[in-house]
Design a protein around this ligand. Structure first.
Ligand SMILES: NC(=O)c1ccc[n+]([C@@H]2O[C@H](COP(=O)([O-])OP(=O)(O)OC[C@H]3O[C@@H](n4cnc5c(N)ncnc54)[C@H](OP(=O)(O)O)[C@@H]3O)[C@@H](O)[C@H]2O)c1
Length: 248
């Protein structure tokens, strides 16, 4: 493997799907978006800054701030009215906030949990009836290595991602009878703009970070498995864990 994108042949027309990807404007979500589009699927991409892709009518951008929880049910109901054929959700949007607990005030704690835990729960809650109606269908939740192991300065992020993992496990059991698969993806360090506002980043060597395309490839394979097989959880890690301080 040399980091080159793997060929993604389009799937047959009858198996083409309509998938909501949150956080589709950049990073991991953009890589998932591009991968699914290359496969021939329709992607409804949510983000605050998401934009249309020139020449790509199968990408539908939906500008939405997922942290505005009160507005979510109405906005997602509107999305469903426009796209009732929806049969996949990749709940990927999120952001990291790191530091010792006492460095965060109550509002920051609330915001971190709202974006990384409550928001994906509400998105699934809103879209699940349609996913069930259109089954076989998929829910993929973007976890993190921080969902598996708490580490210093990661209390807010881990609290939310651990919570999301519990939610996903329970949901997986709840949804199986309706033909909706639930999968969690737990990446380690991925080279994206996630670190732009943080004081650390993956080391610079290729083996210090996963690439967004690697996560997209995993999600692609999860979605294209025989519909009676579920990938419950998948963990992707860089070959070598190396973090560098970037400022402060
Ligand atoms: N990078 C890593 O090392 C890593 C590791 C493990 C897990 N993850 C997880 O992977 C997911 C994607 O992260 P990334 O690395 O791709 O980060 P990123 O490059 O910063 O992208 C984050 C995405 O989430 C969207 N987003 C953030 N806040 C939002 C809001 N309030 N409303 C709507 N969309 C919002 C952003 O879109 P807009 O700015 O357009 O709103 C953007 O598309 C996150 O859940 C993150 O926790 C990342």
């Amino acid at each position: 493997m040399n980091g080159e994108p793997v060929a993604t042949p389009p799937v047959p027309t009858a198996r083409r799907r309509t998938v909501v990807v949150t956080g589709a404007s950049r990073g991991i979500g953009a890589a998932i978006r591009d991968r699914l589009l290359a496969r021939g699927h329709t992607v409804i991409g949510i983000g605050r800054t998401v934009a249309a892709l020139p020449g790509q009518p199968r990408f539908v951008p939906v500008a939405l701030d997922l942290a505005q929880l009160d507005a979510l049910p109405d906005r997602l109901a509107e999305l469903l009215t426009n796209h009732p054929q929806l049969d996949g959700l990749v709940a990927n949007a999120g952001a990291g906030r790191f530091g010792h607990l006492e460095q965060h005030n109550a509002l920051a704690i609330r915001r971190a949990v709202e974006l990384n835990l409550l928001s994906p729960m509400l998105v699934v809650r809103a879209l699940l009836p349609a996913l069930r109606r259109n089954a076989p269908a998929d829910v993929v939740l973007m976890g993190s290595e921080a969902a598996l192991r708490g580490s210093r300065r990661g209390c807010l992020y881990s609290a939310a991602k651990f919570g999301l993992r519990g939610f996903a496990q329970a949901l997986r059991a709840e949804c199986a009878a309706g033909g909706v698969r639930v999968t969690q993806v737990h990446p380690g360090l991925v080279r994206t703009s996630f670190f732009d506002d943080l004081d650390f980043a993956p080391g610079e060597a290729p083996e210090h970070a996963i690439l967004p395309g690697d996560v997209a490839e995993a999600v692609d394979s999860i979605l294209h498995l025989r519909s009676q097989t579920v990938v419950d959880e998948i963990v992707l890690s860089p070959l070598t864990n190396c973090v560098q301080r970037t400022r402060r």
